[in-house]
Unconditional design. Structure first.
Length: 117
């Protein structure tokens, strides 16, 4: 963020300054920060599953178990992870004094039963 703030300096050319300001505004919002937390958790689990599946000599049964474990993680976390992600983003916004526009934070979670249909 420091580099973007420096590019927003009045001494920089207008094109760079405008683009840097747009990017800075985009990353300093609840939705972006929520997405970062959400995908960090999902991709960490995905990476772990991929590493496991790349081992030589795994049986089909072992591979199926790993995929079931990954699917179980997604199923177990489908309700909690979005809420945790928003809460984490709100904490970061408060810590960094990033303003939160009223009405832009949605905590409505789609129940996992509806996702499975």
């Amino acid at each position: 963020m420091i580099a973007l703030e420096e590019l927003c300096d009045q001494n920089k050319n207008a094109g760079s300054r405008g683009q840097a300001h747009d990017v800075l505004d985009a990353i300093q919002c609840v939705s972006f920060l929520s997405s970062l937390h959400f995908w960090k958790e999902v991709l960490r689990e995905s990476r772990d599953a991929q590493k496991y599946l790349q081992q030589k000599g795994l049986s089909l049964e072992n591979c199926a178990q790993e995929m079931k474990a990954f699917a179980a993680f997604l199923s177990d976390e489908c309700d909690a992870l979005p809420t945790q992600s928003v809460d984490n983003a709100l904490t970061i916004c408060e810590k960094l004094e990033i303003p939160i526009e009223e009405g832009r934070v949605s905590r409505k979670i789609i129940p996992s039963k509806q996702l499975k249909t």
